[in-house]
Design a protein around this ligand. Structure first.
Ligand code: KIV
Ligand code: NA
Length: 276
């Protein structure tokens, strides 16, 4: 399999290949996802919740994302690596936005950045694309706006809001975004948006009509239990496996059944005699 690129995103939509995207925050997970054949790896600011233990994404910094994106880039050989632009990293000025996004590419070796919002970020998206930094948009439930939205809620259920999301998606495409994440929007609205665009939509809690699907890896592997949204499917119970393995380790060292001879290094008996 060759490298998945931004061009592969558009091609996938045209050819009906559903784009797979999962999050990763470290080298070994990125390597596993990459070897399993995922098209794209997102170093999401969900990092704040699932790795750093914050209650939302607002405390995540550019340095946090860069630190983790560096590790992910080393593990991803084929997948396209997207780094999330955290809260306040693209809200102040165009200059600031390009500098922060540029660090994701230059220091962390990411291939693209993702940022949240519609018309209010169009000038930033335009400037990033002009600076040769590929951009993924993010509409619907945008977690960095949690305090403005008054909680994590499905977006676009009312006509006005639905029209706004459709309009924002078109604006992002015109500004040069190469894909758009749609989070927690009704399935039929995601379908309309998907049909309206030439660039692919990547859904999370947005139903089956999107051009791709993304999940937080810790959620789909059953490793994160603080909060599980309705849209998550747990594909396995790694959390349960980890707890079982850890309990067994604790038990075995008490019983003396670990470590065994095969886990142990030896030394010449003559030398040992001299050491006593
Ligand atoms: O931060 C993240 O993991 C995301 C995905 C949920 C799309 O933005
Ligand atoms: Na995010």
């Amino acid at each position: 399999m060759s490298k998945f690129t931004t061009a592969s995103f558009i091609k996938s939509k045209q050819e009906g290949h559903i784009i797979s995207m999962l999050t990763a925050y470290d080298y070994s997970t990125a390597k596993l996802l990459d070897e399993a054949g995922v098209d794209s790896i997102l170093v999401g600011d969900s990092l704040g919740m699932v790795v750093l233990g914050y209650e939302n994404t607002l405390q995540v910094t550019v340095d946090d994302i860069i630190h983790h994106a560096k590790a992910v880039s080393r593990g991803a050989k084929k997948a396209l690596v997207i780094a999330d632009m955290p809260f306040l990293s693209y809200h102040i000025s165009i200059e600031d936005t390009i500098k922060n996004a540029g660090r994701m590419i230059q220091e962390a070796n990411a291939h693209a950045v993702k940022l949240e919002g519609g018309k209010e970020v169009i000038d930033k998206v335009t400037a990033l694309v002009k600076a040769q930094i590929p951009v993924v948009g993010h509409l619907g439930l945008t977690p960095q706006s949690v305090n403005m939205m008054g909680g994590f809620k499905v977006q676009g259920k009312e006509e006005g809001q639905a029209r706004e999301i459709i309009e924002d998606a078109k604006l992002l495409q015109e500004a040069g975004a190469f894909a758009i994440v749609l989070e927690c929007v009704p399935e039929e609205l995601a379908k309309i948006i998907t049909e309206n665009l030439e660039i692919p939509t990547i859904g999370i809690g947005a139903g089956k009509y999107c051009d791709g699907q993304v999940l937080v890896t810790q959620d789909m592997l059953g490793m994160f239990s603080d909060f599980t949204p309705k849209f998550v499917k747990k594909y396995c119970d790694i959390g349960g496996n980890i707890k079982e393995a850890v309990a067994l380790f604790c038990e075995e060292i008490q019983k003396g059944s670990f470590p065994e001879k095969k886990h142990t290094f030896s030394i010449d008996a003559e030398i040992i005699k001299k050491l006593y």
